[in-house]
Design a protein around this ligand. Structure first.
Ligand code: GAP
Length: 587
């Protein structure tokens, strides 16, 4: 078997398969589609459920230190003021002042230019001043009508010598688009006109709650699931009798009015997130309780949480947990990259943030993030709501009680110095220590945050393969196969009767199908040659197929069990079938 070269656009082939076989459809297609919105068909919704189910089991149900939550999508607007989303959750937008009046994200203008035909045209003329001038006076009028040199060809004379020497296509574009005397021009990659200065555009969708369309009734569709977790932190902690370190996990829809939804389901306006806010003790509390904070080194064993872990160990632990989950669900370790944000890329309150990036066909892009967010979120909600977000930690109070006055003073001096070194005031450090010595603190947070749709896309991209097969007679054939992990595959088992005109065989096959159907999503297929039925299942990623044939009925009661990836078949007794499939599918 020879692996066929990736098709010219691997994503196009996948998009076409997903539509044809019922994974993903464009929303509102009969009305021409609706940008940034997608519908998951019969197979897509099964696959998405499987991703969420796997995440939920691994992250919430199988752990004793994580609780679940399913909060409302529309919440009190004050939440978004406290979280900072109302003031800062925006993209910089520019509008073309030239011919096309297009609105674009200012930070994506050069990406759009890179993919444009205008760039290709200009690159083909680099260094050829005469050609460029002729183009501006001719074809340029339709290709880039907003370009300054197209509208003012007399200016070409002034820059003619420069046009001969420019070797960079971006520089050439800027020169052709820049009106005389102006600097800092941002040219429009669509028509060559000049873009306006970027202005912030808030990404939250607004809605009105109640019958009166009044600004006081404006609310927002949540742009992330995380804030509901912070808002419900105290309720969940009390109700579930948890204390830090513990987490709250939630899966649900989020909405962002993305300016340029792109790359299929990668960046949508409506999507789902799977987020955990994992609440930990501040390092100072750990030190008082354990006498030290475990340093994070290459040798640190991160397999089981420890009482002496500070934020660094917890953060790395969650990075490792997320990687484990990705690998367990079929994404090979070399298909993603761990990107540690640099200090100047971090939000002001964040201590670290790791993006797990996947090698999508359109580039290496963020799949999910794991952020160490300090006590920022709970502190903001405490400040804005007036409700305490502190926990009272009895063992901590007792540990402090055992300290002498000198030891307390030394701890205070050391902590104040550390806070000052991180740019915080001594006043803030002292206020924190006063509460800490009473056993009270606002927990810090580690936030692993993933997108369901982005995960589905990564898994589909990773799974897609077109194999060139050659049979014994030398005949070539292409087998399209989705190598989805069994836990993620929308259909787990295809069940086929070899023939449909033998009633006993047919009835036996139906009986097996019904039994399996009670355990996992199965597909019954009785039409066409067996080989074709296998191919139909390969294309949607069904990991196993069971065929009931004459031997089942007349000889030894065995069926054939066929493996999607190896295409090998084995005979197995019906009695052993369920046990075997449980092992293969549920692990
Ligand atoms: N609470 C943190 C948070 O929301 P984020 O990086 O903005 O962080 C987390 O989003 C994850 O949600 C991303 O890594 C991505 O998987 C997914 N996501 C974000 N915006 C998305 C969009 N417009 N379309 C699809 N998925 C998106």
């Amino acid at each position: 078997m020879e692996k066929k070269e990736a098709p010219k656009s691997a994503l196009d082939a996948l998009v076409s398969l997903c539509k044809r076989r019922g994974f993903i459809f464009q929303s509102s297609e009969i009305y021409g589609g609706f940008a940034g919105f997608w519908d998951y068909g019969p197979l897509g919704c099964e696959m998405k459920r499987n991703i969420k189910e796997s995440w939920w089991r691994f992250t919430v149900r199988d752990r004793e230190d994580v609780e679940g939550l399913d909060a409302s999508i529309i919440m009190h607007p004050a939440i978004w003021k406290a979280s900072g989303h109302l003031d800062t959750f925006s993209d910089p937008m520019s509008m073309c002042k030239g011919n096309c009046r297009k609105l674009m994200r200012a930070d994506q203008i050069w990406d759009v230019f890179e993919e444009s035909t205008l760039r290709e045209t200009l690159a083909g003329m680099l260094g050829e001043a005469g050609k460029i001038a002729t183009w501006c006076k001719g074809k340029g009028k339709s290709a880039a009508p907003g370009l300054y040199t197209v509208q003012h060809p007399e200016y070409l004379e002034k820059i003619f010598e420069q046009l001969k020497t420019i070797t960079d296509v971006k520089e050439l574009f800027i020169l052709l688009a820049t009106p005389e005397g102006e600097t800092n021009v941002l040219p429009c990659p669509n028509c060559g006109g000049v873009m306006t200065e970027p202005r912030p555009f808030n990404l939250m969708f607004k809605t009105i709650v109640g019958p009166v369309e009044d600004p006081s009734n404006v609310a927002y569709l949540r742009p992330e699931t995380a804030q509901a977790i912070f808002a419900e932190f105290a309720n969940v902690m009390v109700a579930s009798r948890q204390m830090p370190p513990f987490g709250i996990g939630q899966i649900g829809k989020s909405f962002r009015n993305e300016v340029t939804p792109r790359n299929y389901i990668f960046r949508s306006r409506e999507f789902e997130q799977m987020e955990v806010e994992f609440f930990i003790k501040p390092d100072e509390a750990v030190e008082l309780l354990c006498g030290h904070v475990a340093p994070l080194t290459d040798e640190t064993d991160l397999s089981e949480p420890q009482a002496d872990w500070g934020w660094e160990c917890w953060h790395k632990y969650w990075v490792e947990q997320r990687k484990q989950w990705l690998v367990k669900n079929g994404l090979p370790e070399d298909s993603f990259v761990e990107y540690w944000q640099k200090p100047d890329e971090l939000a002001h309150y964040a201590r670290a943030c790791v993006d797990i990036e996947y090698r999508f066909p359109f580039g290496v892009q963020e799949l999910e993030g794991i952020a160490a967010r300090s006590d920022f979120d709970l502190s903001r909600h405490q400040e804005h709501s007036g409700k305490s977000m502190e926990v009272f930690d009895e063992p901590l109070k007792l540990a402090v009680k055992k300290l002498s006055d000198e030891e307390k003073a030394a701890f205070r001096a050391k902590t104040v110095a550390e806070w000052e070194a991180r740019g915080k005031t001594a006043e803030a450090a002292n206020a924190f220590l006063d509460r800490l010595f009473e056993g009270r603190y606002i927990p810090h947070v580690i936030e692993p945050s993933a997108g369901v749709d982005r995960m589905a896309l990564a898994m589909l991209c990773n799974a897609y393969e077109e194999q060139k097969l050659v049979d014994e007679k030398g005949k070539e054939d292409i087998r399209t196969v989705l190598h989805l992990a069994p836990a993620i595959a929308p259909v787990k088992v295809g069940v086929f009767p070899l023939v449909k005109n033998k009633p006993e065989l047919y009835a036996l096959a139906r009986d097996i199908f019904k039994k399996l159907q009670r355990r996992y999503n199965c597909f019954w297929d009785e039409s066409g040659a067996i080989g074709r039925r296998y191919r139909r299942q390969d294309e949607i990623g069904t990991p196993f197929c069971v065929t009931v044939d004459f031997d089942t009925l007349e000889k030894d009661g065995t069926v054939t069990l066929r493996d999607r990836d190896t295409m090998q078949q084995e005979r197995i007794s019906v009695d052993d079938l369920i046990r075997r499939l449980d092992d293969l599918i549920l692990g």
